[in-house]
Design a protein around this ligand. Structure first.
Ligand SMILES: [Ca+2]
Ligand SMILES: [Ca+2]
Length: 343
């Protein structure tokens, strides 16, 4: 009897080692390409030029360009398989995932971070899903324990409903349609720095033409036109745009206030994003720039869920990256999705 117990214990220990060993560890070079590129950018170039460009979402020339390119967003379902420039069937996931890619200086893009998804008016974050790894299904807490027990923070190729292999994304810059890409892998891990769950979509590397370097691309898995809409600049940090598609423009105001409360930072600023709508001033978001971990604040306005009402994506970027999706419902602002990478 004793032998049987010992045998069973050995089998259990053996199986748990196999559970870790069987996992395909992903090449570390694939991990967090966005984050490492941001760090490179920070190390390499802190010029004011980048800051200025990022905080000016729209120029007159850009507006013209966006009108032109708006019409270029076309269904590619009528694919010609003989064409070398491959066009594939658009595969829609009913959770309509949204991804964010960082376009580094002169390099191609091979992955993008998942912001979340939506279905029938509901929004979903990564933490709403379970992941399956080698046939084992785990919720986020179980995955965190698994990662801890296997002593690895490397991204794992998982199955997750929010991002399936073959899901297709249309990528947009802040002003134009860029390209269509198909998911090759869904990589998942828990950030060692922040403890956040991170889901990364891997694509065949692609190089967007005509977009400025060090900018962000939004990828949307949906048939609607998610091209970011032009923000009409009224004056510095003040823009007009029709958020709720009722024919009347709302005003977006980015208010920067110097903050002298903390020592050790040269250029500390509090940021408030305000929306003027129906004669009311509504607070959309507060942020904070320290010139070191967070350097830039900028916004995109686009339809993330296909209901023809624009959401506002706010970016606070630098060494750390924080992205928030805000839905405007009447005169109420709802935070619907968020992404954070940093420490
Ligand atoms: Ca309006
Ligand atoms: Ca919408």
């Amino acid at each position: 009897m004793k032998r049987i117990y010992i045998f069973i214990i050995i089998m259990i220990i053996g199986a748990s080692f196999v559970a870790c060993d069987k996992n395909e560890y992903i090449n570390a070079s694939k991990k967090s390409s966005v984050f490492s590129d941001i760090q490179q950018e920070k190390r390499g170039d802190n010029s004011e030029e980048n800051t200025t460009e990022d905080s000016q979402p729209m120029t007159e020339q850009a507006k013209e360009s966006s009108i032109k390119t708006n019409h270029d967003v076309k269904s590619q379902e009528s694919s010609d398989v003989n064409q070398e420039e491959s066009v594939f069937l658009f595969k829609t996931n009913n959770l309509h995932p949204i991804v964010i890619a960082y376009e580094p200086d002169g390099e191609s893009i091979s992955s993008a971070f998942v912001l979340g998804g939506s279905m029938d008016g509901k929004w979903f974050n990564i933490t709403d899903f379970s992941v399956a790894l080698n046939g084992n299904t785990m919720n986020i807490d179980e995955y965190t324990n698994y990662q801890y027990s296997c002593e690895t923070a490397e991204p794992q190729n998982v199955e997750i409903d929010l991002l399936k292999k073959g899901d297709t994304f249309r990528f947009y810059s802040d002003i134009e349609y860029v390209s269509e890409q198909k998911v090759e892998q869904s990589l998942f891990y828990i950030s060692e720095l922040s403890g956040d769950a991170i889901l990364e979509a891997v694509f065949e590397p692609f190089s967007p033409a005509n977009t400025k370097n060090n900018s962000y691309l939004i990828g949307v898995n949906g048939e609607w036109n998610a091209l970011p809409r032009p923000l009409k600049q009224l004056e510095k940090n003040k823009y007009s745009i029709d958020i709720d598609n009722d024919g009347e423009e709302e005003i977006l105001n980015i208010v920067e206030t110097p903050n002298n409360d903390e020592e050790g930072f040269i250029n500390l600023r509090d940021i408030k994003l305000l929306l003027e709508k129906d004669g009311e001033e509504i607070l959309v978001e507060t942020s904070f720039l320290d010139g070191e971990y967070t350097e830039n604040f900028f916004i995109y306005a686009l339809d993330l869920n296909g209901d023809e009402i624009l959401e506002i994506l706010t970016f606070t970027t630098g060494n750390n990256v924080s992205i928030q999706a805000k839905q405007i419902n009447g005169n109420v602002v709802n935070s619907v999705l968020s992404f954070y990478m940093g420490d």
